[in-house]
Design a binder for this molecule. Sequence first.
Ligand code: DP6
Length: 397
Amino acid sequence: MTVFEATCTAPVNIAVVKYWGKRDTSLILPTNSSLSVTLNQDQLHSKTTIRASADFTSDRLWLNGIEESIPSNNRLVACLRETRALRTEMEAKDSALPKLAQLNIHICSENNFPTAAGLASSASGYACLVYTLSQLFQLPLDHSDLSIVARQGSGSACRSLFGGFVAWDMGEKADGSDSKAVLIEDEKHWPDLQALICVVSDAKKGTSSTAGMQLTVKTSPLLQHRIKDVVPKRMEDMIAAIKEKDFPRFAELTMRDSNQFHAVCLDTYPPIFYMNDISRSIIRIITEYNKDGVKAAYTFDAGPNAVIYAPKENMAEIYAILSHYFPGHVFDDSLSLLKDGASVAALPENFDTRISTVFAEGSVKQILHTEVGDGPRVLASQEHGLLNAEGLPKRLA
Ligand code: DP6
């Protein structure tokens, strides 16, 4: 019997022009365009296996080894409905195609990073789900078309359909058919650009992006200024900075956009705080490091974790500074920053260490060194699949 199965991985993306606000909450249409950098999935990815079989009695889903309900998740239901509808059309036109659209499916998905770290997993997760469905159903869609489906899972997921530098065009149409991801430059364009992800300890559970952004839409006058007067020009400037590989310009725009995103959160009523004291110290540290010329950029999403973008040549220095202020972290040195057990570099000579206190051990739990990466990958299920012969997860939590 033929096994209908596909296994794929998809990357995480970190926005440098942030998406914050929906004009349509069910289709997930944003109030502004956004732009992100896709990170290398050798370090961070979601992996998904989907199998269709006449033996399955219902659709089932396992996330990180735990079974989740499908019907109670409207966004997941939308992604399944859209991809099955396209497969049904294909099968109607070509009677030789196996009738996959009517079969039940088992979906098994895992992240290779702990969800507890507070790193956004919905972007890579939904991008991976939709890409794997498109492989299973052999859909004749390009990555931009697929991003329209992934967007209905989670807005930021649409940008994980591409590697490199990716814009999400907000579009104008009410049906969302022009609200999709487009490639600005691929992952080979700017090989020098790298990232350090600082996983910050935080006991509090913050407001979800989904709830937070709609409260901002409802209550923040500053968001209206951002949407109308800031983002359109910033998107153009950011695209030009990326095309020209102009790091100081890219960095200033990235930091200004992160700052404004957190300002609209503060302007929300009641206010939303995502950054904490550690996050704010990271801003001070990078600002001091940049005092004689911009050499690094920070950005923060809907949580206290920092992502620092910088050219490769500055990374050892930045890591040395972070190590001074944040002792006791785990360093995930997959790009061999500290080659052959070399020790951490000295602080730059003119760095004024008084700009922040030294934090307690483990205040930053983990630092992960990564770079710009490619879009979703197709893997051989036989070797890499997450489902066993019975169509159940090989690993359960
Ligand atoms: C701050 O994509 O998680 O990371 O569309 O409701 O699923 P939903 O929200 P989500 O929001 C991401 C917000 C952000 C900025 C960004 O990634 O652009």
